[in-house]
Design a binder for this molecule. Structure first.
Ligand code: DAH
Length: 326
C-alpha cells in the first residue's frame, strides 16, 4: 500500500512539472482528483484496508490528497495572475475610476458661503420642521394675516410647519446671540407649489442677517453689491426697488441685469430690508440702540443663472447625465 502511495506521488510530481498550460493542469486535476482519479481511487480503497492499518494509511492518503490539491491550485493561480512584466502593455491608456462630485446646488451653496465667509459672516442653521411662531409670528406675520398667503404652506400640526423660508433662522440666531451679529443661513424650504420649470414644493434659500449699532441700508446695499459682483462678475448691474415684507421696514427687492440671447432684462435676485423694530423687540434686542438688515435669496435661482439652466426640476430628478456636467 505504501508503495502504491509513493508511486502515485512520484508520478504526480513528474506530471506536474510537465504540465505547461491551463488545459494540461486541468487534465492533471482530472487524472488525480477526478471521479476516477488516482488519488480518489486511493481514498475509496481505504475501506478495503485491514482495520488495524487504516488510520496510518488513511493519514498518508490524506496528506497526498492535500499536497496534490494545493499544488494544482497553486499552478492554476500562477497561470491566471502570474503574467510576466513583459506582457503588460504600459502604453495602454489607464482606466479612469468614476469619481463622484458635488451636486450643482451644493457647489453654489458652498461658493455663496465662501463669499460671505470672506466678509466675516458666520454660518448658522435651523430645522426644516419649524414652529408656527418662529416661521411666522416672531417675524411679524400674525395668524390670519394676508401675508401668509404669499407662503401657502405645508402644516404638520396647528403649531408646526415645514418652514416656508430661512427667515426663522434669523429669530433663532437673535434669541441665542447678542449683537454684533453677522450670519448667513443656507437651507431647504417648502411651499405648497405644483412643480413646473420655475416652481417646486421644496427649494433652497440663503438668509443673511446683520445686527449691530449704526447699521444702515447703505451697509445692506454694499454687502449685496459685493456679493453679486463676486458671484456673477465685476460688471454686474443691480438695482433696489421698494417692496413689502412684514419683517423688514423699509423692504426692498434686489434685481440684477441679465443679458441672454433673448436680450437683457432685470431679474429678481432677493428680498431684503432693514429688520423691523418689532422683530428686534420680539427677541429682546433694543431697537433704539441696535438696527440691522436682512436678506433672503434663492440658491436654486442663482444656480440656474450661473449654469444657464432653464428648468428647476432638473436639479431634483437626479439624472446622472445632467449631474455629471458639473
Ligand atoms: N423670506 C422671504 C421670502 O422667502 C425673503 C426675504 C425677504 C428674507 C426680506 C429676508 C428679508 O431676510 O429681509 O420670500
Amino acid at each position: 500500500m505504501k508503495n502504491k502511495i509513493d508511486e502515485i506521488r512520484e508520478l504526480f510530481e513528474t506530471d506536474l512539472a510537465a504540465a505547461g498550460d491551463a488545459e494540461q493542469v486541468e487534465a492533471l486535476r482530472i487524472k488525480y482528483l477526478g471521479r476516477n482519479g488516482l488519488v480518489t481511487g486511493l481514498t475509496r480503497g481505504i475501506k478495503d484496508i485491514d482495520p488495524a492499518d487504516r488510520p496510518a494509511f488513511g493519514k498518508m492518503i490524506n496528506v497526498l490528497n492535500k499536497t496534490v490539491k494545493t499544488a494544482i491550485q497553486e499552478k492554476q493561480n500562477g497561470q491566471a495572475g502570474g503574467k510576466s512584466v513583459d506582457s503588460i502593455d504600459l502604453t495602454l491608456p489607464g482606466r479612469k475610476p468614476r469619481v463622484g462630485g458635488l451636486h450643482p446646488l451644493s457647489q453654489i451653496r458652498e461658493e455663496i458661503k465662501q463669499i460671505f465667509g470672506r466678509m466675516g459672516f458666520a454660518i448658522v442653521d435651523g430645522p426644516e420642521i419649524e414652529t408656527d411662531y418662529l416661521n411666522f409670528e416672531a417675524l411679524n406675520i400674525p395668524k390670519l394675516h394676508p401675508a401668509r398667503d404669499m407662503q401657502d404652506t405645508l402644516y404638520i400640526s396647528e403649531e408646526l410647519v415645514l418652514r416656508t423660508h430661512t427667515s426663522p433662522v434669523q429669530i433663532r440666531t437673535m434669541q441665542n446671540r447678542k449683537p454684533p451679529i453677522r450670519v448667513i443661513a443656507p437651507g431647504r424650504v417648502y411651499r405648497r407649489d405644483t412643480p413646473d420649470a420655475s416652481h417646486s414644493p421644496f427649494f433652497h434659500q440663503i438668509e443673511g442677517l446683520c445686527v449691530d449699532e449704526n447699521i444702515s441700508l447703505g451697509d445692506l446695499k454694499a454687502i449685496l453689491a459685493a456679493f453679486t459682483r463676486e458671484m456673477f462678475g465685476e460688471g454686474t448691474r443691480i438695482r433696489f426697488r421698494p417692496s413689502y415684507f412684514p419683517f423688514t421696514e423699509p423692504s426692498a427687492e434686489m434685481d440684477m441685469w441679465w443679458e441672454s440671447s433673448k436680450g437683457g432684462r432685470w431679474l429678481e435676485l432677493c428680498g431684503c430690508g432693514m429688520v423691523h423694530p418689532k422683530v428686534l423687540e420680539n427677541v429682546g434686542i433694543d431697537p433704539d440702540k441696535y438696527s440691522g438688515w436682512a436678506f433672503g435669496a434663492g440658491i436654486d435661482r442663482i444656480a440656474m443663472l450661473k449654469f444657464g439652466i432653464d428648468d428647476l426640476r432638473l436639479f431634483f430628478e437626479n439624472d446622472i447625465r445632467f449631474l455629471e456636467q458639473f
